[in-house]
Design a protein. Structure first.
Length: 243
């Protein structure tokens, strides 16, 4: 079963195009949309969608990171895809990513960065960010962009619950996969990654955070990965102890 998790917030202008691109794949079993308190026509647009695979749930109203955490706890699929509200998926995306997940715990595809009218800004996000796998590399310079991520459900054992003070959900998921599983970077650009100045996330540009803030993020991520590793090791050790 394949689940697509879509986080929405005031996304009425582009959401219909995104949903149409996702639902064109017969491999998709459910599209779970968590709306985080939209005040525009987003919820009405979702309500008009007649595809039975679409399911609307209430978001936690605590920002994009917690919205995706809530989504992951409600998705039913064996393979889980993340999606933003304003991109466009290429027709071959789902099949290509499912193939990659046969030998990897998490797959990340390349994408084409476009403007609001889908004019190409950068043909390859991988080239723009010099994206490659590697824990240290992606801790220093994150290459994981959420709209290009798909993973097997088993990864949630390590990823959930999200730590507090997490800078971004996609960064965490990528580092968790690098630490506890296997990753595959798919070179095909399978998403039109729309950047229009009103995006909820800001992945394609240079961070506006101070150097100290960026250093604190990385220290927090390393600490939480270590805590997660120690917790899982302790759990596995204790589960083998007879009463």
């Amino acid at each position: 079963m394949i689940s697509v998790c879509v986080a929405t917030y005031n996304g009425q202008y582009y959401l219909a195009e995104q949903l149409a691109s996702i639902l064109q794949s017969p491999l998709v079993d459910e599209v779970v949309i968590s709306d985080d308190g939209s005040s525009d026509g987003t919820r009405a647009l979702i309500a008009r969608c007649e595809d039975p695979r679409v399911r609307l749930v209430e978001g936690p109203r605590a920002g994009v990171v917690r919205n995706f955490e809530s989504l992951l706890s409600q998705a039913k699929g064996d393979q889980i895809f993340l999606a933003d509200q304003d991109d466009v998926w290429r027709p071959e995306k789902v099949e290509t990513m499912v193939d990659a997940l046969r030998t990897s715990d998490l797959a990340l595809s390349d994408c084409t960065v476009v403007d609001q009218r889908l004019n190409v800004l950068h043909i390859s996000f991988f080239a723009l960010r010099s994206s490659r796998p590697g824990l240290a590399r992606n801790l220093i310079r994150n290459g994981y962009v959420g709209c290009c991520i798909a993973f097997n459900r088993s990864l949630l054992t390590y990823a959930l619950p999200f730590p507090k003070s997490l800078p971004m959900h996609d960064w965490w998921l990528g580092l968790v996969a690098e630490s506890f599983g296997t990753v595959c970077f798919v070179p095909a650009p399978l998403v039109l990654y729309r950047r229009h100045g009103e995006n909820v996330s800001d992945t394609s540009g240079r961070s506006r955070a101070t150097p100290w803030r960026r250093l604190a993020w990385r220290a927090t991520l390393v600490a939480h990965l270590a805590i997660r590793w120690l917790s899982l090791r302790f759990y596995r050790s204790s589960s083998h102890v007879r009463p």
